[in-house]
Design a protein around this ligand. Structure first.
Ligand code: ADP
Length: 197
């Protein structure tokens, strides 16, 4: 049972690394950004509730986001652990998650902080905008998302840091090197991927 959270600014590569780490540990990745984008693409009710918000780079309400995550965490495959990507994204969501996990006698094992200098993350995001054409990757929206990260998301690292569960990883390097760094840092904390797989 491995319960992980990956945190990093937009463009830090957390989505890519999150998927790789979850695979290595044999646990599902739960990405709120992916859930919301899929809902928009499907045109579901959730999609219509969040479309305008994600396109402007603002945050979906804490109540709605936490409800979506609780439902996802209640599915069978998340019983043996999970990797959260993009949630919790502020201190209120940290409290919502905690309340939910405590209710089932669980807690996070580690929080992976992927650290990347601001210039590097802006450069990567502009590249992704050209390659993938994500509607929330325009220059103005990117600046908004990074500002929200600094103001609302970075403080959650203080909360988890005080509990001693933050594993800080240098996010500059090749994808494989960074994956290896994360895996060895988690193993050094006694989180074993072979035990989970
Ligand atoms: P990025 O981290 O690159 O901004 P994500 O894929 O994590 O992108 O999220 C895309 C958008 O989905 C966010 O800008 C926000 O509007 C919404 N979103 C994702 N996760 C959350 C969350 N935990 N709380 C509120 N809104 C969220």
């Amino acid at each position: 049972m491995t319960r992980l959270l990956i945190v990093g600014p937009q463009g830090s590569g957390k989505g890519t690394q999150g998927v790789r780490i979850a695979e290595a540990f044999g646990i599902p990745t739960i990405s709120t950004g992916d859930v919301f984008r899929a809902a928009v693409a499907e045109g579901s009710e959730l999609g219509s509730q969040v479309k305008a918000i994600i396109e402007s780079g603002d945050l979906v309400s804490d109540e709605l986001t936490s409800a979506v995550v609780r439902e996802r965490l209640s599915q069978d495959d998340a019983e043996r652990g999970f990797l959260l990507d993009g949630y919790p994204r502020n201190v209120t969501q940290v409290m919502h998650l905690e309340e939910f996990l405590e209710g089932r006698g669980d807690e996070l094992d580690a929080v992976i902080e992927l650290s990347v200098p601001r210039d590097e993350s802006i450069a990567r995001l502009s590249l992704r905008a050209q390659e993938q054409g994500r509607t929330d990757d325009t220059e103005e929206v990117i600046a908004n998302r990074l500002a929200i990260y600094e103001r609302e998301t970075a403080p959650i690292l203080g909360v988890y840091g005080a509990r001693g569960i933050v594993v800080k990883i240098d996010g500059v390097g090749s994808l494989d090197d960074i994956t290896a760094r994360i895996i060895s840092a988690l193993e050094a904390r006694g989180l074993n991927r072979s035990a989970a797989a």
